[in-house]
Ligand binder design. Structure first.
Ligand SMILES: NC(=O)c1ccc[n+]([C@@H]2O[C@H](COP(=O)([O-])OP(=O)(O)OC[C@H]3O[C@@H](n4cnc5c(N)ncnc54)[C@H](O)[C@@H]3O)[C@@H](O)[C@H]2O)c1
Length: 310
């Protein structure tokens, strides 16, 4: 079962699961996801994760593994409306976890049964003073979005301790790649690609020296595949450990597309994190996971996808 399977990351994960012979069901209310992202071989339920219908879907599909990606992903919206964010990202998540537990209560000692949660590394550590930031750094989210993700992590730990439900938590850095919504706020690569290809000058907020850790979507999918097969309940940072600033992203995409846009700056967003980068040694050592796609390669693949789409 993949919640959010019509979205950017979720749809790539669904494709990979199906290519490897798994049978997959998707729950997605299509609020930001798209029908065209959906793999036709997946059973599809256009349902909100908060809805009571979730119970019947779990009973019917009886999934051994849930990848829970459905979420309100806009950090700024979570600041404007924390209640709405919590409704999906905390209560909706609890509805999914609860129904997963209900159908699996009698087989929790089966190693296949596992709940895999897409969390955030970018928004969970706050303004960390250790960069790259390891999982041992104390969580101190500075947005309702980050608080909600941390709350679900804690619930999973509770369900594990109380009932023996296995889980894996993946704390992603800034994920980019084909199918990313260029209208969302997280996807600076998508926004720059979309605008530049349309001949529109993109703006860099602030001085462009703020850094992020950009990880390609197929590497994130690979991390999900690896934890599915791993018999531990644990959490992992999933990034590259490489800091890249927004000016560098602008220049790389601009250079590749070749339309010669000058750097244009707009007002900095208040409270924006200056640096964010994840130490991913734990995933390397314990999962054998390594990001394979370099930023340059990933940008080329992403630009080509936007080019073919338009
Ligand atoms: N993209 C990133 O850089 C990034 C970084 C850290 C964590 N994440 C997490 O990864 C997951 C996937 O993010 P994405 O970038 O693919 O975003 P996305 O918006 O493309 O995917 C989210 C999907 O969830 C669906 N959805 C939203 N609310 C729903 C609801 N109430 N009921 C059912 N479906 C609902 C949307 O329609 C969408 O298809 C999210 O949980 C997000 O918080 C993403």
């Amino acid at each position: 079962m993949v919640t959010g399977g019509a979205g950017f990351i979720g749809s790539h994960l669904v494709d990979r699961l199906i290519n490897e012979g798994n049978s997959v069901a998707v729950i997605d209310d299509l609020s930001t996801g798209k029908k065209e992202n959906l793999n036709p071989k997946a059973a599809f339920y256009a349902v909100d994760i908060n809805a009571p219908e979730i119970k019947g879907i779990f009973k019917k599909e009886n999934p051994e593994v849930v990848f829970h990606l459905a979420a309100q992903i806009n950090l700024r919206d979570s600041v404007i409306n924390p209640l709405k964010d919590a409704q999906t990202n905390i209560l909706g998540s609890l509805n999914v976890i609860d129904n997963f537990l209900a159908i699996n209560r009698k087989r929790l000692d089966d190693q296949k049964i596992k709940f895999i949660f897409s969390s955030t590394g970018g928004a969970i550590y706050g303004n960390a003073n250790i960069i790259p930031t390891p999982e041992t750094y104390r969580e101190f989210p500075l947005s309702p979005y980050g608080v909600a993700k941390l709350a679900v992590e804690r619930y999973l730990n509770y369900y594990h301790e109380a009932f023996g439900m296995s889980y894996a938590i993946l704390r992603y850095a800034n994920v980019y790649g084909p199918r990313q919504n260029s209208k969302g706020e997280a996807g600076v690569v998508a926004i720059f690609c979309d605008k530049m290809l349309a001949g529109i000058q993109p703006e860099i907020t602030g001085d462009g020296l703020q850094t992020r850790d950009f990880v390609y979507v197929q590497d994130v999918v690979e991390a999900n595949m690896l934890v599915m097969k791993k018999n531990v309940s644990d959490f992992y940072n999933i990034g590259t450990g490489i800091e890249t600033n927004i000016n560098e992203i602008f220049d790389a995409i601009n250079g590749y597309i070749g339309k010669g846009f000058p750097r244009k700056y707009a007002l900095a967003m208040s409270g924006e994190q200056k640096r964010s980068c994840l130490d991913c040694l734990k995933a390397q050592q314990e999962l054998g996971w390594d990001p394979k796609i370099s930023l340059n390669e990933g940008i080329v693949k992403t630009v080509h996808w936007f080019l073919n789409k338009s």
